[in-house]
Design a protein around this ligand. Structure first.
Ligand code: A2H
Length: 268
C-alpha cells in the first residue's frame, strides 16, 4: 500500500448456461437469454500469474451485485455497483472509456450474492473446464469488484474456504452448493517455493494447523509468508512460462491475458 491507486487485474470468467434448473438463477437465465453479449464475473486479483490454479470463484452471499453493460467492449460484467462506477470513469486500453459515455452506468439487473451462487463458469487458463461460484464470507464489498477468484494452492483464504465446503456438508447445504460443485476440484500445484513445496498455501495451513477462519492470527501469518515468498522466491511450474521466476512471469502473463481479451486493468 503506498501513494497512488492500486492496480488490479480483472479476470473475465464467462458465465455458462446454468444446468441445475434452480429458481435462484432465474434472473441470470433471463440475462443470458436476452442479451447476445457474453456475461463475465470479473474478480480483481493482484496475482494474474496464478490463474492456472483456479478451482472456483467466490462471492459474498449477502453482497449486492449487478449486471453492467460495458458498451466499449460489448460485454456484460457482474460486479459491485461501486466498482461499476469506478470502471465507467476509467479508460479502456488507453483511449475509450469502459462505458462510451464517461461515468455512465448501465445496470441491467441486480442480484444478491446468494442468487449468484452455484453458477458454472469458464475461467481463463484454468485446468478445469468448468468451475462454480461458491460463498466466501470474508469478502469486503468495499474492495475490488466484490468477486474473488479462488486459487487454493497459493492463497490461504481460498484454501480454507474451499476445504470447509468440501469437508462440511452442512456448510454446502446452507448455501445450496451441491457435491459436484466442490468435490472434483483438487488443488492445482502451479508455483514451487523452496521449503514450501508446490502449493504453499496448503503447506502453511497444514503446518500451522489452520482449520477455519476463526484462526485469524495464524491465517494472517500464513498469508504474509506465502505472498512474500511466492512473489520473491516462487518458480512457475505450469504454462508457457514454466521455469521462470514468479516476479518475471507476472508482468508477461498479465499482458498476455489482456491482449487475449481475457483480462483488463482496474484502478482504485
Ligand atoms: B488475490 P488487497 Cl493466489 N475482499 O488473487 C477480499 N479479498 C479480495 C477482494 C475483496 N473484495 N478482492 C480481491 N481480493 C483478494 C489471487 C491471490 C491473491 C493469490 C495470492 C494472494 C492474493 C487468488 N485469490 O492476494 O487487499 C484477491 O486475491 C494477496 C492479498 O487489495 C486479490 O488478489 O491487497 C487480493 O485479495 C487483493 O487484496
Amino acid at each position: 500500500e503506498g501513494v497512488g491507486p492500486q492496480e488490479y487485474v480483472l479476470i473475465k470468467l464467462k458465465v455458462l448456461q446454468p444446468g441445475h434448473g434452480q429458481s435462484r438463477h432465474a434472473k441470470m437465465e433471463a440475462i443470458l437469454a436476452k442479451y447476445d453479449q457474453p456475461v463475465y464475473f470479473v474478480p480483481a486479483t493482484l496475482r494474474p500469474e496464478t490463474m492456472y490454479g483456479q478451482t472456483n470463484c467466490f462471492v459474498l452471499p449477502d453482497g449486492e451485485y449487478g449486471a453492467y453493460m460495458i458498451d466499449a467492449t460489448n460485454e456484460i460484467f457482474i460486479m459491485s455497483a461501486r466498482s461499476a462506477r469506478g470502471l465507467s470513469c476509467q479508460s479502456y486500453q488507453g483511449n475509450e472509456y469502459f462505458t462510451k459515455e464517461f461515468g455512465k452506468i448501465l445496470c441491467l439487473e441486480t442480484f444478491t450474492g446468494s442468487e449468484l451462487l452455484g453458477l458454472p463458469l469458464k475461467a481463463p487458463m484454468a485446468k478445469y473446464d468448468k468451475i462454480y461460484t461458491l460463498p466466501l464470507l470474508t469478502i469486503s464489498m468495499g474492495k475490488g469488484t466484490g468477486v474473488v477468484t479462488s486459487v487454493p494452492s497459493d492463497a490461504p483464504d481460498d484454501f480454507v474456504s474451499l476445504k470447509a465446503l468440501q469437508d462440511k456438508p452442512d456448510f454446502r447445504a446452507k448455501y445450496g452448493i451441491t457435491d459436484d460443485m466442490v468435490m472434483p476440484y483438487e488443488v492445482v500445484p502451479i508455483i514451487t517455493i523452496e521449503g514450501y513445496g508446490d502449493a504453499s498455501a496448503v503447506f502453511m495451513c497444514e503446518k500451522l494447523k489452520i482449520t477455519s477462519f476463526n484462526d485469524k492470527a495464524k491465517l494472517q501469518q500464513a498469508k504474509d509468508e506465502t505472498y512474500l515468498k511466492g512473489f520473491n522466491m516462487g518458480i512457475m511450474k505450469v504454462g508457457s512460462h514454466s521455469g521462470k521466476k514468479v516476479s518475471d512471469a507476472k508482468p508477461i502473463i498479465k499482458q498476455e491475458l489482456i491482449l487475449a481479451g481475457q483480462a483488463c486493468l482496474y484502478f482504485e
